[in-house]
Ligand binder design. Sequence first.
Ligand code: NAD
Ligand code: UFG
Length: 341
Amino acid sequence: MAILVTGGMGYIGSHTCVELLNAGYEVVIVDNLSNSKIEVLQNIQDITGKGFKFYKINMLEKDSLERVFHENEIDAVIHFAGLKSVEESVLHPLLYYKNNLMSTITLCELMQKYQIKNLVFSSSATVYGIPEKVPISEESQLQAKSPYGRTKLMIEEILEDVHQADQQWSISILRYFNPIGAHESGKIGEDPLGRPNNLMPTITKVAARKYNILHVFGNNYPTIDGTCIRDYIHVTDIANGHIKALKKNKNSSGIHTYNLGTGKGYSVLEIISSFEKVTGVHIPYQIIAPRSGDVAVCYANPTKAEKELGWKARKEIDEMCMDSWRWEVNKMNDDLNKVNV
Ligand code: NAD
Ligand code: UFG
């Protein structure tokens, strides 16, 4: 019996595949490589020493996706596939609604047809919008502020309805806070196409001298040093949360929502200084105007996941910074090797 991992070639999906394979699960990946590279396949294999199946399929193409269900004994599905840029979703809302909603509906239709009712879904802390208070618990008000965020909220509602109609479904909705870091081997990590928007990939590119300077968006927020506070969490901790959710789903039906965060917040300046401390690399930065839509403080109350899934984030901020940097250095070395061949 296999776990179908949609979007398994992407950042969080690839780390989850590693943890699944290490834990002895059989894995089938579906990904259209719209935001990931084929090299990830080999890297997952190198890390785990295990084989798995990969289908390059666009999930909007139902007949192609059905082939995966037909050819494999699928036990459960982890659904990562989706587009994830807030900025891009504002420019291309229809692309986001079509890709994220239709892929989920097509997937659920096939799961229903093949009587597979165990699903773990990637949601996001973005569904909390501007939080009324921190730490943010799962019961906090939901108010997505972008088309991307609304796709997550809509999918959460679709899944509620799917479960309402057939209560044999076991669904875990995982709301991630700010995933950073990379596998300790440095072989897989976040590899955004084009210029990154997020803090950590921008820091590592400044450290690698691919960019001259880090722009810090605002220092006048009501926080310890005026810069925004976020709950950064190691991607491997996030990956392990999925294994815990799969196990919970297997033992009970129902639909449950969990925050995956550390419960601790760090400011932008604190992240810069942690990164400099553990890597020894100076990060030149400049404070510029606040970025529109940023909230001052956002961190999780992760106690529900601890109580009900037995999951807790383990890795500290220094390790997150070091692993992010190791991944960037390895990518630089790979690029150099390609040039020298
Ligand atoms: P990612 O872009 O690295 O991975 C997503 C993968 O899905 C990519 O490999 C992409 O090629 C694939 N994909 C997209 N549309 C597809 C389609 N129609 N058919 C098949 N494959 C398709 O993103 P990630 O950071 O690994 O995020 C995984 C999930 O977690 C996403 O749903 C994202 O919205 C969510 N999430 C991410 C973050 C974050 O900061 N990284 C935070 C909260 C939630
Ligand atoms: N930041 C900078 N400079 C940069 C990039 C970011 O100062 O070059 C700051 C931002 O202003 C923010 C903090 O760093 O204060 C974190 O920004 P990110 O873009 O890394 O993360 P966000 O919290 O804005 O958003 C991320 C994902 C969203 C997701 C959200 C909640 O990008 O998709 O976490 O999970 F919805």
